[in-house]
Design a protein around this ligand. Structure first.
Ligand code: SF4
Ligand code: SF4
Length: 186
């Protein structure tokens, strides 16, 4: 049984009017929270985000990768292709190093598996495209990515916060790098 007050509220649609007034107030006076990406606002990647791959270069600007194939063996998506041949001095030459990025799940295993810190995942994520071919990363493209996203000062914060020499933990190859999941982890 409704009280007199509740009955008056019902016949005059008081709750409905209150709700509509609240909606109108929100519409008129609350600024929109939608960010107009990518035309007006750029959204920075979270630090340590695993984005586009890059092949690391050493101080002399040479590719660090020696073509051992460990990254490809660890990759759960089997999307890394490495083709090598024997050089004049019997060293291994990396003829082709390719990653089919649409199949990559960005797990970071290739980074962890590499004994030479030669493959990295940059924080760059804005590479969507209509062409599947452009997502196929060749050796040249991967080396270019190093220059774009890591060389010089650019990669310092990333390496400081998200990599650590594996040698200190596992006594591995000197300079071996490892992806750190938690930046507070030391
Ligand atoms: S991030 Fe994972 S899936 Fe992607 S290439 Fe590396 S190992 Fe393969
Ligand atoms: S990126 Fe590292 S693990 Fe992969 S082939 Fe090159 S040296 Fe070996």
């Amino acid at each position: 049984m409704k009280t007199g007050k509740e009955f008056i509220k019902t016949i005059f649609f008081v709750e409905l009017i209150k709700g509509m007034a609240f909606t109108l107030k929100t519409l008129l006076f609350t600024p929109p929270v939608t960010r107009r990406y990518p035309n007006k606002v750029k959204v920075p990647a979270q630090p340590g985000f695993r984005g586009l791959h890059a092949l690391a270069k050493n101080e002399e600007g040479k590719m660090k990768c020696v073509g051992c194939g460990l990254c490809g063996a660890y990759c759960p998506s089997k999307c890394i292709y490495i083709y090598t041949s024997e050089g004049e001095d019997h060293t291994k030459v990396v003829d082709r190093y390719e990653i089919e990025t649409p199949r990559c799940i960005y797990c970071g295993f290739c980074v962890e598996a590499c004994p030479f810190g030669a493959i990295t995942l940059s924080e760059h994520y804005e590479y969507s495209t209509y062409s599947r071919d452009s997502l196929y990363m060749t050796k040249d493209k991967l080396l270019e990515n190093w220059d774009k996203y890591f060389a010089g000062e650019k990669g310092k914060r990333y390496f400081r916060d998200f990599w650590r020499p594996k040698t200190t933990d596992f006594k591995g190859y000197e300079g071996q790098a490892m992806f750190k999941g938690n930046k507070n982890e030391k």
